[in-house]
Design a protein around this ligand. Structure first.
Ligand code: NDP
Length: 463
């Protein structure tokens, strides 16, 4: 039996940060991982997804190259197999980095499935990554649950025929015809990726516009861009059932308007749920609600020795917020520094091509409490002029008309995540539109538009 000051279950973004900061502050720390060192972000999320976005964008750049004088042929095919192999090598390299980073911090690593036996005891047994592992029992003063989340399939007949984002990264070949259900982050991102690689994509969602919860103008603009990529959108449509029509190689999707579609793959991008199965939460008395652990941003659960961070508590569900939660928790436990993150003005990105980047409030959210001045700008990026590539940039500032504070900044266009990350500092610092205007533009850039929007597009009174 090993004894620890802190034991983390789940070596994803949040768990790893929590373990490292605790160890740096003198705590004796252990961490268990059952499947992937680095968790969802590194293995089945942000990192491989972004590599795929780069792959899709590279094809578009080659298409545009002749317009800039390069003697290249339009790419005729995409070698999925070699790309996936290259992507996997990179992920393996990152897995190694995560492991050595934890080891160098003096943390004990356990590969296996961890489950709570009581508020201070856990057991680690075999898992997919360590099928032969012997069962070990561990006691810890503090236990941190950081097991993340897992994709959800809709409860419809034949849903087992669909794949989720977990499987898409390891398909043996790229589906030529693919139906994607859901237009949240994952649905929109994979629609862009697969269309960019040459697949015929049908995107089904039950709302009139994609990306529910984002600014309405951003959603409308994105819908137009999705059309420009040749993706067929089916707004207001939900799937009813899936049928196997090709011995596991082809699927018929039947939708609630009576139509049916024959495709090579159906991807369900219909949300995620907290990964709590077989964690032994009942044994330890940890309170749950709607399938996730009840805990605040400080990680406190109803059991004093058990904390929960990241997707398992189902609040922000983003990698950087899980990291912030893990970091704050470790400091709070072992060396309070008073460091805080602002969770009010979360920057978010959806890596479509062109991507969406947003920070702070949408116009609709802000108009509940503020009289607003809305500044918008739409223009064709210079890079697209010679290749005559269609698709405009949207940039938008949501400003409180009385205090002049910038409440939100939104962008759809190339480099939006990079630009919005920097503008997020201004929005988090509650800077005013006047302060943005005082900033000299950097020319020629896209970002300069955020400091040169002089006249409001419209004024909106609070609803
Ligand atoms: P989202 O919650 O973003 O989107 C889910 C989609 O599925 C929505 O379009 C939703 O429709 C639809 N849906 C849900 N239930 C049903 C139903 N019963 N019938 C029809 N449609 C349904 O989830 P994702 O799977 O896209 O992503 C999961 C999470 O992963 C995100 O919330 C995000 O936190 C994280 N993520 C972040 C990324 C990033 O930061 N770039 C990238 C990828 C994932 P409706 O809107 O009507 O509810």
């Amino acid at each position: 039996m090993q004894d620890y000051d802190l034991f983390v279950i789940g070596a994803g973004s949040g768990g790893v940060r929590c373990a490292r900061i605790a160890a740096q502050n003198g705590a004796r720390v252990g961490i268990a991982e059952r499947r992937h060192w680095g968790g969802t972000c590194v293995n089945l999320g942000c990192v491989p997804k972004k590599l795929m976005v780069y792959a899709a964008e590279t094809g578009r750049m080659i298409e545009d190259a002749p317009a800039f004088g390069w003697d290249v042929q339009r790419p005729s095919s995409f070698d999925w197999y070699s790309f996936i192999a290259a992507k996997d090598r990179e992920i393996e390299r990152l897995n190694g980095i995560y492991i050595s980073m934890l080891e160098k911090a003096g943390i004990d690593l356990y590969t296996g499935d961890a489950k709570l036996l009581d508020a201070n005891t856990l057991e680690i047994g075999p898992s997919v990554l360590a099928p032969e592992a012997s069962v070990q029992r561990i006691r810890a003063k503090t236990i941190v649950l950081a097991t993340g989340s897992t994709p959800v399939r809709l409860d419809i007949p034949g849903s087992e025929l669909a794949i989720t984002s977990d499987e898409v990264f390891h398909l043996p070949e790229r589906p030529q015809k693919v139906a994607i259900i859901g237009s949240g982050y994952i649905g929109v991102e994979f629609a862009g990726i697969l269309a960019g690689m040459g697949s015929q994509v049908d995107l089904f969602y039950r709302q009139p516009l994609p990306l529910r919860g984002f600014d309405e103008e951003v959603r409308t603009h994105l819908k137009e861009l999705i059309d420009l990529h040749g993706i067929t959108q089916h707004p207001g449509i939900s799937p009813v059932r899936l049928e196997d029509i090709g011995g596991g190689k082809a699927v018929r999707l039947v939708t609630d308007d009576g139509a049916s579609y024959e495709v090579d793959a159906v991807i369900m991008a219909t949300g995620r749920r907290a990964a709590v199965d077989s964690l032994g939460l009942e044994a330890a008395g940890v309170a749950m609600e709607k399938g996730h652990v009840v805990a605040g941003v400080d990680g406190k659960t109803n059991v004093p020795s058990i904390y929960a961070i990241g997707d398992i508590r189902d609040q922000y569900n983003l990698t950087p917020t899980a990291i912030a939660e893990g970091h704050m928790l470790a400091e709070q436990l072992f060396n309070p520094q008073g460091r805080m993150w602002s969770f009010e003005t979360l920057p978010k990105a959806v890596f479509f091509s062109s991507p969406v980047g947003v920070v702070g409030l949408s116009e609709e959210e802000a108009a509940k409490d503020h009289d607003l001045a809305i500044y918008t700008s739409r223009f064709t990026p210079m890079r697209q002029t010679l290749p005559k590539r269609a698709g405009k940039i949207l940039m938008k500032l949501v400003v409180d008309r009385h205090s002049d504070v910038v409440l939100g900044a939104h962008m759809v266009g190339p480099d939006a995540p990079e630009i919005i990350q920097m503008l997020a500092i201004a929005v988090t610092a509650k800077l005013t539109k006047k302060q943005l205007d005082q900033t000299v533009a950097l020319h020629p850039s896209t970002a300069e538009e955020f400091v040169t929007m002089r006249t409001p597009t419209r004024l909106v009174d609070r609803h």
